[in-house]
Design a protein around this ligand. Structure first.
Ligand code: PRT
Ligand code: ZN
Length: 288
């Protein structure tokens, strides 16, 4: 494996997806250096070559076969769909592409925007959105600082990426419509050689283990033996909870894995059922 071909993966050089992409690869046990100004880096212990690029360029590099795979926001893919396959959603870089209007503007539905000038860096996605609603607008493509367009008289409304909403708020804009939801995704060329497809599969296996771990917690607790049955019902675990006797007679320690989503509810129920000394740990990888 180490001697064969290397999979070339493109990640954002700097910006909002850089950190998440680099941390994900590192959690997959893939070590690499990304020194300032570096264009590419070889992984130390995995047949991977990492390219550092601008996010907008990643789908094209992968589509043209310069890179084999990449990590990019769905918003970028949707704006310029190319010859790439989406392999996995990665659960970070979450945001939404939204329409926003000046605070004072009356807004009830998209029909209110008919005939207006709308500034955006996502003209294709936005055109499709308005076509699907049967509303005609005047789309102005601008490449950055979309949020200031209304205040300088360049547009009546905007369509931009939003995460916390504070940029819109501080520019006197009100979010009125979600055009699309987005998160980082792993993309790949559809025509990978069998050898590189196998490397991608191996990488994907690790990525899925890291993502599964992120959504789960390891829980340890002590319980009186006469409460074990009730507690086991609250803790489904991966198969069934592990039990280990405590030195104190009549007590046992119980270990299990719980989902982060209903975490607090489970902990409350455990306490009510008589669990004590509850410890919760995060998990690095979870192999299924
Ligand atoms: O240099 P390069 O071209 O690679 O980077 P870039 O400046 O084009 O992109 P970058 O780093 O800003 O964003 C990369 C990707 O991160 C985007 O394509 C999205 O997939 C994702 N992402 C997630 C976001 C945001 N959240 C986000 N909030 N991208 C941009 N924003 C901007 C938004 O445009 C607005 O200016 O943040 C501002 C809004 O944020 P809030 O928190 O105030 O709502
Ligand atoms: Zn960009």
């Amino acid at each position: 494996m180490m001697k064969g071909q290397k999979l070339k993966i493109a990640i954002q050089k700097q910006g909002r997806l850089h950190e998440g992409s680099a941390v994900l690869l590192k959690k997959c046990g893939i070590g690499f250096s990304n020194g300032f100004g570096k264009l590419k880096s070889e992984a130390e212990d995995f047949p991977l070559e990492i390219y550092f690029l601008r996010d907008d360029d990643i789908p094209n590099y992968v589509g043209d076969g310069v890179a084999d795979a990449g990590i990019v926001g769905e918003n970028i893919l949707a704006e310029s769909p190319g010859k790439v396959e989406t392999v996995e959603r990665l659960g970070f870089g979450r945001c939404r592409l939204s329409l926003a209007v000046p605070k004072g503007l009356d807004y009830e539905n998209v029909g209110n925007l008919a005939g207006m000038r709308i500034a955006t860096s996502y003209p294709h996605i936005l055109q499709k959105f308005f076509d699907s609603k049967g509303v005609k607008v005047d789309i102005h493509e601008i490449s950055g600082s979309v949020e200031i367009a209304p205040s300088i008289g360049l547009a009546d409304a905007v369509c931009d990426l939003v995460s916390s909403g504070s940029t819109l708020f501080s520019n006197g804009l009100r979010e009125v419509e979600t055009v699309m939801q987005s998160e980082a995704v792993l993309i790949a060329r559809p025509d990978l050689s069998a050898e590189l497809a196998a490397v991608l599969d191996q990488l994907l296996f690790r990525i899925r283990s890291v993502m599964a771990a992120r959504e789960n917690k390891y829980i340890l607790l002590n319980a009186p033996l006469d409460r074990v049955e009730e507690i086991a019902r609250i803790l489904p675990g991966m198969k069934s909870p592990t039990m280990m006797p405590l030195a104190e007679p009549g007590w046992t320690s119980i270990h299990s894995v719980i989902s982060e989503h209903d975490f607090w509810e489970v902990v409350d129920n455990l306490k009510r059922a008589g669990a004590e000394g509850i410890l919760v740990l995060s998990i690095d990888q979870m192999i299924r």
